[in-house]
Design a protein around this ligand. Structure first.
Ligand SMILES: *Cc1c(COP(=O)(O)O)cnc(C)c1O
Length: 397
């Protein structure tokens, strides 16, 4: 199958066939190449491989056939020229940020970041002489105001965790291009199906494949996608020499996840929209944020940059922490867990878990209150999930 034929495939097709490397045995399902190394017919062949004169694998820290299939399939889905798969989402985020910068550079990031991403930007990068400014990313003038002569990178997540704010990626990219900075988008919450950051002008996209891409709560993984030139010049050597490589077994699991990604994301988004409408009408709910509802604060941006809603819902119950805990504890079907994107519906109380390390002020800035809950909608029947929530809300009320 030629590469060009693959380019014209719709996502559903790419996700089943993209990047497949079939061995001489003609297996239907992708093989798991659990090998560290590769053998050469002759010493001359080894020499040629190391010189880059012949194609082939050298060592699985650099590349592995199963991992290669996952990278190629992700490229086909994202419309990216190249990718590197990594052992976790955080390995991918850290690589994307550190490989874009050097001492003396400045990064502007939206302050509504996944906790570990915020640590990398706010705590790790400054140790190496990289300054960071965090802004309310929903207003483009804040990005503009934070720019310094040495600003080299803009970093954002959209929709954000946990309050599902949406940032205008095209506007941030235009600003970045004016000052010669790059834009890295952590696209986990949108999924590669609902939002295409590269098409919107971003330069680098990162995923925690742990979330919707696996989608069944099994293994960690991450991926960085960009143009071939950036990867060759900035990421390639870092990746080979620092060793964040993805295990071939996990790559295989993620390949299987990709096959069903569109079905799952579509179903979970459809259910989430129904649940959001149900929650919005309840008197026990003080606030509900769902990308896809017309009352979302950035509904206009969503209409421009996202193809669909979200599999996540953010809502506040009246009665603060006590009510939020009572609701969580009264649920029978929805599980208490800080993960997301799983086939199982999961609820989390950000103030005491994912965002517990922030000060009260920082949490308030992000719109995380004592009554805030984040619900990741799974593959269960939407009616069953609504019944579970209804019963638990009555228990609280
Ligand atoms: C989970 C997550 C990460 C980190 O991914 P891991 O696979 O857990 O390392 C980064 N960004 C976002 C938005 C996430 O949801």
């Amino acid at each position: 199958m030629s590469h060009d034929a693959e380019r014209n495939w719709k996502p559903e097709t790419s996700l089943v066939h993209g990047g497949t490397l079939r061995s001489e045995f003609g297996e239907t399902s992708e093989a798991i190449y659990l090998t560290q190394g590769y053998v050469y017919e002759t010493a001359e062949a080894a020499e040629a491989r190391f010189k880059g004169e012949t194609e082939g694998f050298i060592y699985s820290r650099y590349a592995n056939p199963t991992v290669d299939m996952f990278e190629k399939r992700m490229c086909a889905l994202e419309g990216a020229e190249d990718a590197r798969a990594m052992a976790s989402g955080m390995a991918a985020v850290t690589a994307a940020i550190l490989c874009s910068l050097k001492a003396g550079d400045h990064i502007v990031a939206a302050r509504a970041l996944f906790g570990s991403c915020r640590w990398v930007v706010e705590k790790l990068a400054p140790r190496y002489g990289i300054e960071a400014t965090l802004v309310d990313g929903t207003r483009i003038e804040n990005w503009q105001a934070a720019i310094r002569p040495n600003t080299k990178l803009f970093f954002l997540e959209s929709p954000t965790n946990p309050t599902l704010e949406v940032i205008d990626i095209a506007a941030v990219a235009r600003l970045a291009n004016e000052v010669g900075a790059r834009v890295v988008v952590d696209n986990v919450f949108a999924t590669p199906l609902q939002q295409k950051p590269l098409e919107l002008g971003a330069h680098i996209v990162v995923y925690s494949a742990t979330k919707h891409i696996d989608g069944q709560g099994r293994c960690l993984g991450g991926v960085v996608l960009s143009d071939k030139k950036w990867i060759d010049e900035n990421l390639h050597d870092y990746f080979r020499h620092t060793g964040p490589s993805l295990s071939p077994f996990n790559a295989w699991t993620l390949l299987k996840g990709l096959e069903t990604l569109p079905l799952r994301v579509r179903q979970q988004t459809e259910s989430a929209a129904k649940i959001a409408d149900f929650l919005a009408d309840r008197t026990e709910v003080a606030r509900l944020i769902y990308p896809g509802r017309p009352d979302h604060p950035q509904a206009d941006v969503i209409a421009r940059q996202m193809k669909g809603g979200s599999t996540l819902i953010c809502f506040d119950v009246k009665g603060g922490k006590k009510a939020a805990f009572a609701l969580s504890n009264a649920l029978r079907l929805i599980l208490i867990s800080n993960n997301l994107g799983d086939a199982k519906s999961l609820i989390t109380h950000p103030a005491t878990t994912t965002h517990k390390n922030l000060t009260d002020e920082a949490r308030a800035e992000l719109g995380i209150g004592p009554g805030t809950l984040r619900l990741s909608v799974g593959l269960e029947d939407a009616g069953d999930l609504i019944d579970d929530l209804e019963r638990a809300l009555k228990a609280v009320g």
